[in-house]
Write a protein that binds this ligand. Sequence first.
Ligand code: F3S
Length: 291
Amino acid sequence: MKFNIEIIRAEHMGFCFGVREAVDEVHKYVDMNKGQIYVLGMLVHNEFVIEKLLNKGVIFVSEEEVINEETPLKKGDMVIIRAHGTTQNVQKKLLEIGVKLIDMACIYVKSARDQVVIWEQRGYKSVFIGDKDHPEVKGITSYGMKPLIFSSLDELKNSDLDINEKWVFLFQTTYNKFIFQEINDYIINKFINYKVVKTICGATHQRQTAIEKLSQEVDAVFIIGSEQSSNTKKLYQISKKINEKSYLIKNKEDIEKYMLEGVTKVGVSAGASTPEELIAIIENKIKELID
Ligand code: F3S
């Protein structure tokens, strides 16, 4: 049976520019064949990307291994730091070994690091809103003197910060824009000497708004990406709430014919860590099933 199905992409989807730059950089150095390339941490939460790099001989090392001196790293090796950055301490350890360090931390992450330093030099105490266990948050806050970290408005409300102090508030780059607004309103009403620095990047919000719109306009939605990727999962959750026929697709084997039954328009989106190559593979598989 031949289906007649239109595939519609979300307006914003797939790699954000920070991740794209970091992944391209790793491929560039591997292809230059200048010796062993190491990457610090998970470059992206996507098995497809990681496997490709592993096949090219890239070695991944963790922050914990660097701190505990359990890596095979030696002087002159090249280490690329992922888009979400790392802590000052890890960078220091790597430089002590004598490796060539390429910091591919995204410009939003670098800017947040700079802002912590600038406002603390101006006499403000820093507060960071975000997930304290996330590598990006650990990395940015390591540039501050001793930033306080809160994950939510409730935590901030319960913190009892002295309103007579000067406070600077910064946010995880992927923080939800609507919750940011609520927190901002709270800060304006509560504090006297404060500065709110909006260190949020638009990529996550754009992808979420786009899937919210698309999932209302199609009969089924395929969200492409890894279960390890929190932003991919979030896209799936938003879509599923609106469109019952929403599916999280890791690879082409996940697509089954029943998903397309009775469907005339299928929406496609992908997390910020999903490469274009994988999106194209999935779209081709859909076309094969249609034919
Ligand atoms: Fe940068 Fe935003 Fe991506 S901070 S790494 S562009 S999600």
